[in-house]
Design a protein around this ligand. Structure first.
Ligand code: CP
Length: 312
């Protein structure tokens, strides 16, 4: 039987990015996530503290994990949840983003979850709405709930974030997951490495206090956590990439390369995976090394924690 839990306050009205959160905020979200993780393994997973509340999922880019887990999270908390169909909306008749936000705001939602292709889109929309918003991934800026669920997954596998070495590897240039993880891990005093092929060198690299590597083997040597990133093909138009085979040979994570990391190193990937490009097929599914499915499970708990804290 799951007991009652106190829902903590955090310093922010909106969840735009990890950059805005304090260490105390992050710890409160992670602690509450642990409560919901246990709840989610019960037969009755409902914890209806948001009964009567309305949450809108406004996703301008495709999503499986984030959208479905926000929907499940909202439903388990007892909220009414609407996934707005962008293709079937008046945006396709030319209505502006501002007018769309105004229109949704007039329906009195209690929280809006937004995924968008443009950096700072959630900030712009939050200035129009009076309710809180959560950034569910925008442009190459931030994907804060992904970083929170990654941190939760690491802690839940009996690692302490302080002083562990996390190698974030692959398409650093286009990754909002990497940026949110960077901010979170640095706040929690982890050692962060950016490991990327030269063509994925982040243009804003001077903003980050990290060790950098352009060789995967060197970059993951003695790492506690190897976090592989998806190649963001949808954000790449003016760049000639190597073939998938050549990328995999140089930058794909394999069992052989993983031997260079700590013997108990955990492999993370936010998904969706390009199998045998970013990571060897069988390694991605190896539950003794990869925690990719745990990341997905934990995403529901972390999003339940975020929703229950942010809906007022
Ligand atoms: N990790 C992640 O954001 O996946 P989706 O695009 O499927 O939501």
């Amino acid at each position: 039987m799951i007991e009652k839990v106190n829902i903590p306050e955090i310093s922010q009205k909106h969840l735009h990015g990890i950059k805005d959160l304090t260490v105390d905020d992050i710890n409160k979200i992670l602690e509450l996530s642990n409560f919901f993780k246990l709840n989610n393994r019960e037969k009755d997973k409902n914890y209806p503290i948001l009964k009567g509340r309305t949450i809108i999922n406004l996703f301008f880019e495709p999503s499986t994990r984030t959208l479905i887990s926000f929907e499940i999270a909202a439903k388990r908390l007892g909220a009414d949840v609407i996934n707005m169909n962008i293709e079937g909306s008046s945006l396709r008749k030319g209505e502006s983003l501002q007018d769309t936000a105004n229109t949704l705001g007039a329906m009195n939602p209690d929280l809006v979850v937004i995924r968008h292709g443009i950096d700072n889109a959630t900030k712009q929309i939050s200035e129009i709405l009076s309710c809180p918003v959560i950034n569910a991934g925008e442009g190459i800026n931030e994907h804060p709930t992904q970083a929170l669920l990654d941190a939760y997954t690491i802690i839940n596998n009996e690692r302490n974030l302080e002083n562990i070495t996390v190698a974030i590897c692959g398409d650093l240039e286009h990754s909002r997951v990497a940026r949110s993880n960077y901010y979170l891990l640095k706040k929690m005093k982890s050692n962060v490495r950016f490991v990327y092929p030269e063509f994925f060198k982040p243009k804003d690299l001077d903003k980050y206090d990290v060790e950098t590597f352009t060789n995967l083997e060197k970059g993951i040597t003695d790492a506690d956590i190897v976090m592989m990133l998806r190649i963001q093909n949808e954000r790449i138009s003016d760049m000639k990439l190597p073939s998938k085979e050549s990328y995999f040979e140089k930058f794909g994570l394999t069992y052989k390369k993983l031997k260079l990391a700590k013997p108990d190193a955990l492999v993370l990937h936010p998904g969706p995976i390009n199998r045998n490009v970013e990571i060897e097929d069988s390694l991605a599914d190896d539950i003794d090394k990869s925690v990719i499915n745990e990341q997905v499970e934990n995403g529901v708990a972390v999003r339940m924690a975020c929703l229950s804290i942010m809906v007022k």
